[in-house]
Write a protein that binds this ligand. Structure first.
Ligand code: PLP
Length: 472
Protein backbone atom coordinates (compact mmCIF):
# COMPACT_ATOMS: atom_id res chain seq x y z
CA UNK A 1 0.00 0.00 0.00
CA UNK A 2 1.60 3.27 -1.04
CA UNK A 3 1.14 6.46 0.92
CA UNK A 4 -1.57 7.92 -1.33
CA UNK A 5 -3.54 4.70 -1.08
CA UNK A 6 -3.02 4.75 2.71
CA UNK A 7 -4.43 8.30 2.81
CA UNK A 8 -7.50 7.29 0.77
CA UNK A 9 -8.16 4.10 2.73
CA UNK A 10 -7.52 5.90 5.99
CA UNK A 11 -10.19 8.50 5.26
CA UNK A 12 -12.66 5.80 4.34
CA UNK A 13 -11.81 3.82 7.42
CA UNK A 14 -12.44 6.82 9.66
CA UNK A 15 -15.86 7.10 7.98
CA UNK A 16 -16.43 3.44 8.78
CA UNK A 17 -15.41 4.04 12.39
CA UNK A 18 -17.73 7.03 12.80
CA UNK A 19 -20.61 5.02 11.29
CA UNK A 20 -19.84 2.19 13.69
CA UNK A 21 -20.01 4.47 16.71
CA UNK A 22 -23.25 6.01 15.37
CA UNK A 23 -24.87 2.62 14.71
CA UNK A 24 -23.38 0.47 17.44
CA UNK A 25 -26.76 0.15 19.19
CA UNK A 26 -28.20 -1.57 16.14
CA UNK A 27 -26.10 -4.69 16.49
CA UNK A 28 -26.99 -7.57 18.82
CA UNK A 29 -24.87 -6.66 21.84
CA UNK A 30 -23.62 -10.17 22.48
CA UNK A 31 -22.41 -11.92 19.36
CA UNK A 32 -24.93 -14.50 18.21
CA UNK A 33 -22.54 -16.86 16.45
CA UNK A 34 -21.81 -20.44 17.46
CA UNK A 35 -18.38 -21.97 18.07
CA UNK A 36 -16.62 -22.49 14.73
CA UNK A 37 -18.90 -20.18 12.71
CA UNK A 38 -16.23 -17.55 12.17
CA UNK A 39 -13.36 -19.99 11.77
CA UNK A 40 -15.25 -21.54 8.87
CA UNK A 41 -15.42 -18.15 7.14
CA UNK A 42 -11.70 -17.46 7.45
CA UNK A 43 -9.66 -18.62 4.45
CA UNK A 44 -7.87 -21.88 5.13
CA UNK A 45 -4.58 -20.57 3.75
CA UNK A 46 -2.86 -17.19 3.63
CA UNK A 47 -3.20 -15.63 0.16
CA UNK A 48 -0.15 -15.81 -2.09
CA UNK A 49 -0.72 -12.34 -3.52
CA UNK A 50 -1.95 -9.24 -1.76
CA UNK A 51 -5.59 -8.20 -1.78
CA UNK A 52 -7.09 -4.75 -1.90
CA UNK A 53 -7.90 -3.10 1.39
CA UNK A 54 -11.47 -2.57 0.14
CA UNK A 55 -12.05 -6.27 -0.26
CA UNK A 56 -10.51 -7.05 3.12
CA UNK A 57 -12.70 -4.46 4.84
CA UNK A 58 -15.77 -5.80 3.09
CA UNK A 59 -14.94 -9.28 4.31
CA UNK A 60 -14.45 -7.84 7.80
CA UNK A 61 -17.88 -6.22 7.74
CA UNK A 62 -19.69 -9.27 6.39
CA UNK A 63 -17.93 -12.10 8.13
CA UNK A 64 -16.14 -10.81 11.18
CA UNK A 65 -18.49 -8.22 12.65
CA UNK A 66 -21.15 -10.90 13.34
CA UNK A 67 -18.61 -12.54 15.64
CA UNK A 68 -17.99 -9.35 17.60
CA UNK A 69 -19.57 -8.67 20.98
CA UNK A 70 -20.15 -4.96 21.07
CA UNK A 71 -18.41 -3.67 24.15
CA UNK A 72 -18.95 -0.09 22.99
CA UNK A 73 -22.72 -0.46 22.85
CA UNK A 74 -24.49 1.63 25.48
CA UNK A 75 -26.50 -1.53 26.21
CA UNK A 76 -23.40 -3.42 27.28
CA UNK A 77 -23.91 -4.10 31.00
CA UNK A 78 -21.75 -7.23 31.32
CA UNK A 79 -18.57 -7.89 33.37
CA UNK A 80 -16.99 -4.49 33.83
CA UNK A 81 -16.98 -2.24 30.79
CA UNK A 82 -13.90 -1.77 28.61
CA UNK A 83 -14.26 1.96 28.27
CA UNK A 84 -13.44 3.70 25.06
CA UNK A 85 -14.20 7.08 23.59
CA UNK A 86 -13.63 8.89 20.33
CA UNK A 87 -10.57 10.78 21.66
CA UNK A 88 -9.07 7.51 22.88
CA UNK A 89 -9.50 5.89 19.47
CA UNK A 90 -7.91 8.87 17.75
CA UNK A 91 -5.04 8.66 20.21
CA UNK A 92 -4.51 4.99 19.36
CA UNK A 93 -4.31 5.93 15.69
CA UNK A 94 -1.51 8.34 16.52
CA UNK A 95 0.23 5.76 18.70
CA UNK A 96 0.06 3.20 15.91
CA UNK A 97 1.24 5.69 13.32
CA UNK A 98 4.29 6.75 15.29
CA UNK A 99 4.88 3.13 16.24
CA UNK A 100 7.44 4.00 18.89
CA UNK A 101 8.74 1.31 21.19
CA UNK A 102 9.09 3.06 24.52
CA UNK A 103 11.29 0.76 26.55
CA UNK A 104 13.75 3.39 27.76
CA UNK A 105 13.72 7.18 27.86
CA UNK A 106 16.03 7.48 24.87
CA UNK A 107 13.80 5.41 22.59
CA UNK A 108 11.24 8.24 22.84
CA UNK A 109 11.85 10.85 25.52
CA UNK A 110 8.38 12.34 25.04
CA UNK A 111 6.72 9.01 25.83
CA UNK A 112 8.62 8.60 29.10
CA UNK A 113 8.09 12.18 30.20
CA UNK A 114 4.43 12.19 29.20
CA UNK A 115 3.93 8.97 31.16
CA UNK A 116 5.49 10.63 34.20
CA UNK A 117 3.22 13.67 33.76
CA UNK A 118 -0.09 11.85 33.17
CA UNK A 119 0.52 9.60 36.14
CA UNK A 120 0.92 12.78 38.19
CA UNK A 121 -2.34 14.01 36.68
CA UNK A 122 -4.14 10.80 37.66
CA UNK A 123 -2.76 11.07 41.16
CA UNK A 124 -4.15 14.59 41.42
CA UNK A 125 -7.50 13.64 39.83
CA UNK A 126 -7.97 10.72 42.22
CA UNK A 127 -6.57 12.54 45.26
CA UNK A 128 -3.94 9.82 45.81
CA UNK A 129 -1.03 10.34 48.23
CA UNK A 130 1.40 12.87 46.81
CA UNK A 131 4.55 10.88 47.40
CA UNK A 132 3.39 7.90 45.31
CA UNK A 133 4.93 7.23 41.90
CA UNK A 134 2.98 5.88 38.97
CA UNK A 135 3.65 3.77 35.92
CA UNK A 136 1.36 2.36 33.25
CA UNK A 137 1.06 -1.43 33.14
CA UNK A 138 -0.89 -3.38 30.55
CA UNK A 139 -3.45 -4.82 33.00
CA UNK A 140 -4.30 -5.03 36.68
CA UNK A 141 -3.28 -8.69 36.61
CA UNK A 142 0.24 -7.66 35.65
CA UNK A 143 0.26 -4.88 38.24
CA UNK A 144 -0.69 -7.30 41.02
CA UNK A 145 2.01 -9.74 39.94
CA UNK A 146 4.51 -6.88 39.84
CA UNK A 147 3.48 -5.86 43.36
CA UNK A 148 3.97 -9.39 44.67
CA UNK A 149 7.36 -9.73 42.98
CA UNK A 150 8.44 -6.40 44.42
CA UNK A 151 7.31 -7.46 47.88
CA UNK A 152 9.27 -10.71 47.72
CA UNK A 153 12.40 -8.95 46.51
CA UNK A 154 12.18 -6.27 49.16
CA UNK A 155 11.12 -8.37 52.11
CA UNK A 156 12.79 -11.75 51.68
CA UNK A 157 16.46 -12.13 52.47
CA UNK A 158 18.66 -13.28 50.84
CA UNK A 159 17.40 -11.78 47.60
CA UNK A 160 14.89 -13.97 45.75
CA UNK A 161 16.01 -12.43 42.46
CA UNK A 162 19.48 -13.86 43.05
CA UNK A 163 19.04 -16.99 45.12
CA UNK A 164 15.43 -18.01 44.59
CA UNK A 165 13.37 -18.76 47.67
CA UNK A 166 15.30 -19.63 50.83
CA UNK A 167 12.38 -21.89 51.79
CA UNK A 168 8.75 -21.91 50.98
CA UNK A 169 6.88 -20.58 53.97
CA UNK A 170 5.48 -17.30 52.73
CA UNK A 171 1.83 -16.39 53.00
CA UNK A 172 -0.39 -14.11 50.98
CA UNK A 173 -3.84 -12.94 52.13
CA UNK A 174 -6.91 -11.64 50.35
CA UNK A 175 -10.65 -11.98 50.83
CA UNK A 176 -12.55 -14.87 49.28
CA UNK A 177 -14.04 -12.27 46.89
CA UNK A 178 -10.67 -11.07 45.56
CA UNK A 179 -10.02 -11.24 41.83
CA UNK A 180 -8.55 -14.42 40.34
CA UNK A 181 -5.50 -12.40 39.27
CA UNK A 182 -4.32 -12.72 42.90
CA UNK A 183 -4.50 -16.51 42.59
CA UNK A 184 -2.61 -16.30 39.32
CA UNK A 185 0.04 -14.01 40.80
CA UNK A 186 0.83 -16.35 43.71
CA UNK A 187 1.25 -19.17 41.23
CA UNK A 188 3.47 -17.19 38.90
CA UNK A 189 5.55 -15.67 41.68
CA UNK A 190 6.30 -19.15 42.99
CA UNK A 191 4.48 -18.68 46.30
CA UNK A 192 2.02 -21.47 45.49
CA UNK A 193 -1.74 -21.36 45.77
CA UNK A 194 -1.75 -23.33 49.02
CA UNK A 195 -0.07 -20.32 50.57
CA UNK A 196 -2.82 -17.95 49.50
CA UNK A 197 -5.14 -17.59 52.46
CA UNK A 198 -8.66 -16.46 51.60
CA UNK A 199 -10.24 -14.50 54.39
CA UNK A 200 -13.98 -14.68 55.03
CA UNK A 201 -16.25 -11.77 54.22
CA UNK A 202 -19.16 -10.19 56.05
CA UNK A 203 -22.71 -10.04 54.69
CA UNK A 204 -21.69 -7.12 52.47
CA UNK A 205 -18.92 -9.28 50.91
CA UNK A 206 -16.16 -7.19 52.52
CA UNK A 207 -13.17 -8.78 54.25
CA UNK A 208 -13.54 -9.30 58.01
CA UNK A 209 -10.39 -7.69 59.46
CA UNK A 210 -10.52 -9.72 62.69
CA UNK A 211 -10.30 -12.90 60.62
CA UNK A 212 -7.29 -11.55 58.82
CA UNK A 213 -5.57 -10.92 62.14
CA UNK A 214 -6.40 -14.44 63.30
CA UNK A 215 -5.11 -16.00 60.09
CA UNK A 216 -1.84 -14.10 60.35
CA UNK A 217 -1.39 -14.98 64.01
CA UNK A 218 -2.07 -18.66 63.30
CA UNK A 219 0.44 -18.62 60.49
CA UNK A 220 3.09 -16.97 62.64
CA UNK A 221 2.57 -19.63 65.27
CA UNK A 222 3.02 -22.34 62.66
CA UNK A 223 6.24 -20.83 61.37
CA UNK A 224 4.96 -19.12 58.23
CA UNK A 225 6.06 -15.66 57.14
CA UNK A 226 3.18 -13.29 56.28
CA UNK A 227 4.34 -11.42 53.20
CA UNK A 228 1.58 -9.74 51.24
CA UNK A 229 -2.00 -8.60 51.78
CA UNK A 230 -4.45 -7.56 49.07
CA UNK A 231 -7.34 -5.27 49.91
CA UNK A 232 -10.04 -4.69 47.30
CA UNK A 233 -11.88 -1.49 46.59
CA UNK A 234 -14.64 -2.86 44.39
CA UNK A 235 -14.52 -6.64 44.13
CA UNK A 236 -15.34 -8.08 40.73
CA UNK A 237 -18.40 -9.96 41.94
CA UNK A 238 -20.30 -7.15 43.62
CA UNK A 239 -17.91 -4.15 43.95
CA UNK A 240 -17.69 -4.85 47.67
CA UNK A 241 -15.30 -2.55 49.45
CA UNK A 242 -12.91 -4.11 51.92
CA UNK A 243 -12.21 -2.04 55.06
CA UNK A 244 -8.96 -0.91 53.49
CA UNK A 245 -7.96 1.53 56.23
CA UNK A 246 -8.18 -1.18 58.86
CA UNK A 247 -6.43 -3.73 56.66
CA UNK A 248 -3.67 -1.18 56.11
CA UNK A 249 -3.14 -0.94 59.84
CA UNK A 250 -2.96 -4.72 60.09
CA UNK A 251 -0.42 -4.85 57.27
CA UNK A 252 1.65 -2.23 59.06
CA UNK A 253 1.45 -4.06 62.37
CA UNK A 254 2.64 -7.36 60.89
CA UNK A 255 5.11 -5.85 58.43
CA UNK A 256 3.37 -7.09 55.28
CA UNK A 257 3.38 -5.47 51.86
CA UNK A 258 -0.06 -3.94 51.30
CA UNK A 259 -1.51 -3.90 47.80
CA UNK A 260 -4.87 -2.31 46.98
CA UNK A 261 -6.77 -3.59 43.96
CA UNK A 262 -9.23 -0.94 42.78
CA UNK A 263 -9.24 -2.12 39.17
CA UNK A 264 -12.76 -0.97 38.39
CA UNK A 265 -13.83 1.26 41.28
CA UNK A 266 -10.64 3.33 41.36
CA UNK A 267 -12.10 5.64 38.73
CA UNK A 268 -14.76 6.71 41.26
CA UNK A 269 -11.98 8.32 43.32
CA UNK A 270 -12.46 11.23 40.97
CA UNK A 271 -15.58 11.99 43.06
CA UNK A 272 -14.94 13.61 46.41
CA UNK A 273 -17.98 11.85 47.90
CA UNK A 274 -16.43 8.45 47.12
CA UNK A 275 -12.81 9.37 47.79
CA UNK A 276 -13.67 10.71 51.23
CA UNK A 277 -14.57 7.20 52.43
CA UNK A 278 -10.87 6.37 52.60
CA UNK A 279 -8.57 8.10 55.04
CA UNK A 280 -5.45 5.97 55.23
CA UNK A 281 -4.59 5.10 51.66
CA UNK A 282 -1.00 6.05 52.34
CA UNK A 283 -0.69 2.81 54.29
CA UNK A 284 -0.71 1.01 50.95
CA UNK A 285 2.59 0.03 49.35
CA UNK A 286 0.96 -0.29 45.96
CA UNK A 287 -2.35 0.53 44.29
CA UNK A 288 -3.81 -0.32 40.90
CA UNK A 289 -6.80 0.88 38.92
CA UNK A 290 -7.74 0.47 35.29
CA UNK A 291 -8.51 3.54 33.18
CA UNK A 292 -9.36 0.88 30.57
CA UNK A 293 -12.38 -0.17 32.58
CA UNK A 294 -14.28 2.98 33.47
CA UNK A 295 -12.22 6.00 32.46
CA UNK A 296 -12.95 6.40 28.73
CA UNK A 297 -9.54 5.00 27.76
CA UNK A 298 -9.58 1.96 25.56
CA UNK A 299 -7.93 -1.28 26.52
CA UNK A 300 -5.16 -1.67 27.57
CA UNK A 301 -4.16 0.87 30.18
CA UNK A 302 -3.69 0.09 33.84
CA UNK A 303 -2.43 2.71 36.29
CA UNK A 304 -0.10 1.33 38.93
CA UNK A 305 1.17 3.38 41.86
CA UNK A 306 3.83 2.55 44.41
CA UNK A 307 4.78 4.20 47.66
CA UNK A 308 8.50 3.78 46.99
CA UNK A 309 9.56 3.58 43.37
CA UNK A 310 13.02 2.38 44.42
CA UNK A 311 11.56 -0.94 45.62
CA UNK A 312 10.00 -1.41 42.20
CA UNK A 313 13.09 -0.39 40.29
CA UNK A 314 15.36 -2.55 42.47
CA UNK A 315 13.20 -5.54 41.58
CA UNK A 316 13.02 -5.09 37.83
CA UNK A 317 16.17 -3.29 36.71
CA UNK A 318 18.28 -5.39 34.44
CA UNK A 319 20.36 -3.66 31.82
CA UNK A 320 22.31 -5.68 29.30
CA UNK A 321 24.98 -3.80 27.39
CA UNK A 322 22.83 -3.26 24.30
CA UNK A 323 20.28 -1.31 26.36
CA UNK A 324 22.75 0.99 28.10
CA UNK A 325 22.17 4.70 27.62
CA UNK A 326 23.89 7.83 28.87
CA UNK A 327 20.99 9.00 30.98
CA UNK A 328 20.57 6.22 33.52
CA UNK A 329 19.70 7.54 36.94
CA UNK A 330 18.59 10.88 35.49
CA UNK A 331 15.49 9.76 33.58
CA UNK A 332 12.78 7.12 33.96
CA UNK A 333 13.55 4.02 31.94
CA UNK A 334 10.18 2.33 32.32
CA UNK A 335 11.48 -1.10 31.32
CA UNK A 336 12.77 -1.09 34.92
CA UNK A 337 9.28 -0.50 36.37
CA UNK A 338 7.67 -3.79 35.37
CA UNK A 339 7.85 -7.05 33.48
CA UNK A 340 7.91 -6.05 29.83
CA UNK A 341 10.93 -4.71 28.03
CA UNK A 342 9.03 -3.42 25.00
CA UNK A 343 6.33 -0.90 25.85
CA UNK A 344 3.58 0.79 23.90
CA UNK A 345 3.15 4.56 24.06
CA UNK A 346 0.06 4.26 26.27
CA UNK A 347 0.45 7.61 27.99
CA UNK A 348 -0.66 9.33 24.80
CA UNK A 349 -4.24 8.10 25.00
CA UNK A 350 -4.53 9.13 28.65
CA UNK A 351 -3.11 12.56 27.82
CA UNK A 352 -5.54 13.01 24.93
CA UNK A 353 -8.58 11.57 26.75
CA UNK A 354 -8.06 13.69 29.88
CA UNK A 355 -7.50 16.85 27.83
CA UNK A 356 -10.45 16.19 25.53
CA UNK A 357 -12.96 15.44 28.25
CA UNK A 358 -11.61 17.68 30.98
CA UNK A 359 -11.76 16.41 34.53
CA UNK A 360 -15.11 18.16 35.14
CA UNK A 361 -16.86 16.28 32.33
CA UNK A 362 -15.34 12.98 33.50
CA UNK A 363 -16.60 13.62 36.99
CA UNK A 364 -20.07 14.41 35.62
CA UNK A 365 -20.20 11.20 33.59
CA UNK A 366 -18.96 8.98 36.40
CA UNK A 367 -21.50 10.51 38.76
CA UNK A 368 -24.24 9.94 36.15
CA UNK A 369 -23.18 6.29 35.70
CA UNK A 370 -23.53 5.83 39.45
CA UNK A 371 -26.98 7.50 39.42
CA UNK A 372 -28.08 5.05 36.71
CA UNK A 373 -26.94 2.11 38.81
CA UNK A 374 -28.65 3.50 41.88
CA UNK A 375 -31.88 4.04 39.92
CA UNK A 376 -31.84 0.46 38.66
CA UNK A 377 -31.09 -0.87 42.15
CA UNK A 378 -34.05 1.14 43.46
CA UNK A 379 -36.37 -0.41 40.85
CA UNK A 380 -35.21 -3.91 41.79
CA UNK A 381 -35.64 -3.16 45.45
CA UNK A 382 -39.19 -1.84 44.97
CA UNK A 383 -40.38 -4.75 42.85
CA UNK A 384 -42.10 -7.57 44.77
CA UNK A 385 -40.64 -10.29 42.49
CA UNK A 386 -37.05 -9.11 42.35
CA UNK A 387 -34.44 -8.74 45.05
CA UNK A 388 -31.02 -7.20 45.50
CA UNK A 389 -28.36 -9.71 46.53
CA UNK A 390 -25.59 -7.30 47.55
CA UNK A 391 -25.21 -3.65 48.52
CA UNK A 392 -24.72 -1.27 45.59
CA UNK A 393 -21.96 1.17 46.57
CA UNK A 394 -21.45 2.25 42.94
CA UNK A 395 -23.13 1.02 39.77
CA UNK A 396 -22.83 -2.77 39.82
CA UNK A 397 -26.22 -4.18 40.67
CA UNK A 398 -26.42 -7.79 41.90
CA UNK A 399 -29.95 -9.14 41.89
CA UNK A 400 -32.24 -11.98 40.98
CA UNK A 401 -35.79 -12.70 39.97
CA UNK A 402 -37.57 -14.32 42.89
CA UNK A 403 -41.33 -14.75 42.50
CA UNK A 404 -41.47 -16.76 45.73
CA UNK A 405 -42.25 -20.40 46.53
CA UNK A 406 -39.15 -21.76 44.80
CA UNK A 407 -36.15 -23.70 46.08
CA UNK A 408 -32.61 -22.33 45.79
CA UNK A 409 -31.84 -24.77 42.99
CA UNK A 410 -34.94 -23.84 41.01
CA UNK A 411 -34.28 -20.14 41.47
CA UNK A 412 -30.72 -20.63 40.25
CA UNK A 413 -31.87 -22.50 37.16
CA UNK A 414 -34.56 -19.94 36.40
CA UNK A 415 -32.28 -16.92 36.75
CA UNK A 416 -29.67 -18.52 34.55
CA UNK A 417 -32.34 -19.17 31.94
CA UNK A 418 -33.51 -15.57 32.20
CA UNK A 419 -29.99 -14.31 31.56
CA UNK A 420 -29.34 -16.54 28.55
CA UNK A 421 -32.70 -15.74 27.03
CA UNK A 422 -32.00 -12.01 27.12
CA UNK A 423 -28.38 -12.29 26.02
CA UNK A 424 -29.30 -14.60 23.14
CA UNK A 425 -31.86 -12.06 21.97
CA UNK A 426 -29.08 -9.50 21.53
CA UNK A 427 -31.18 -6.76 23.18
CA UNK A 428 -28.58 -6.10 25.81
CA UNK A 429 -25.82 -8.01 27.52
CA UNK A 430 -25.32 -8.71 31.20
CA UNK A 431 -23.53 -11.47 33.08
CA UNK A 432 -23.63 -13.28 36.39
CA UNK A 433 -21.74 -14.25 39.49
CA UNK A 434 -22.53 -16.54 42.40
CA UNK A 435 -23.00 -14.99 45.83
CA UNK A 436 -23.71 -17.26 48.79
CA UNK A 437 -24.61 -20.07 46.38
CA UNK A 438 -27.20 -17.89 44.69
CA UNK A 439 -27.02 -17.45 40.94
CA UNK A 440 -26.70 -13.69 40.81
CA UNK A 441 -27.53 -11.49 37.85
CA UNK A 442 -25.11 -8.62 37.57
CA UNK A 443 -25.75 -5.42 35.66
CA UNK A 444 -23.09 -2.68 35.45
CA UNK A 445 -24.00 0.81 34.22
CA UNK A 446 -20.48 2.03 33.43
CA UNK A 447 -20.22 1.88 29.64
CA UNK A 448 -18.88 5.23 28.41
CA UNK A 449 -22.06 6.22 26.57
CA UNK A 450 -24.81 4.56 28.62
CA UNK A 451 -27.94 6.66 29.06
CA UNK A 452 -31.05 6.38 31.22
CA UNK A 453 -33.02 5.13 28.21
CA UNK A 454 -30.72 2.11 27.84
CA UNK A 455 -31.13 1.16 31.47
CA UNK A 456 -34.91 1.68 31.38
CA UNK A 457 -35.17 -0.49 28.29
CA UNK A 458 -33.08 -3.20 29.92
CA UNK A 459 -35.28 -3.15 33.01
CA UNK A 460 -38.44 -3.46 30.88
CA UNK A 461 -36.98 -6.43 29.02
CA UNK A 462 -35.92 -8.11 32.26
CA UNK A 463 -39.43 -7.81 33.71
CA UNK A 464 -41.11 -8.98 30.52
CA UNK A 465 -38.76 -11.94 30.04
CA UNK A 466 -39.17 -12.94 33.69
CA UNK A 467 -42.94 -12.82 33.42
CA UNK A 468 -42.82 -14.95 30.26
CA UNK A 469 -40.64 -17.49 32.05
CA UNK A 470 -43.13 -18.16 34.84
CA UNK A 471 -46.31 -17.90 32.74
CA UNK A 472 -45.40 -18.94 29.22
C1 PLP B 1 -11.06 -6.64 36.23
C2 PLP B 1 -10.36 -6.82 37.50
C3 PLP B 1 -9.03 -7.25 37.54
C4 PLP B 1 -8.28 -7.70 36.32
O1 PLP B 1 -8.12 -6.69 35.42
P1 PLP B 1 -7.19 -6.88 34.13
O2 PLP B 1 -6.75 -5.49 33.85
O3 PLP B 1 -8.07 -7.45 33.08
O4 PLP B 1 -6.08 -7.77 34.50
C5 PLP B 1 -8.41 -7.32 38.77
N1 PLP B 1 -9.05 -6.99 39.90
C6 PLP B 1 -10.33 -6.58 39.91
C7 PLP B 1 -11.00 -6.21 41.20
C8 PLP B 1 -11.03 -6.49 38.70
O5 PLP B 1 -12.31 -6.12 38.70
Amino acid sequence: MDNEEFRKQGHQLVDWMADYFRDVSKYPVKSQVRPGDILEKLQDHPPESGESFESILKDFEQNIIPGITHWQSPSFFAYFPAASSAPSVLAEMLTATIGAQCMVWETSPAAAEMEERVMEWLKEMLHLPEHWSGVIQDTASTATLVALMTARQKMISPSVNEFGYPNNNFRVYCSNQAHSSVDKAVRMAGIGSNNLIKIDVDNEYAMIPQQLIEAIENDLESGYVPLFIVGAIGTTGSTAIDPVDEIGEIAERFGCWYHIDAAYAGTAFILEEFRSKFNKLDLADSFVFNPHKWMFTNFDCSAYFVKDKNDLIDTFTLTPEYLRTRDEGVVNNYKDWGIQLGRRFRALKLWIVIRSFGVGEMRKRIRYHIELGQWFAGEIDKHPNFELLAPVPLNTVCFRFNPGQMSLVDLNVMNEKLMHKINDSGAFYFTHTVLNEKFTLRLVTGQSNVKMKNVEDAWKIIQQTATDLVSP
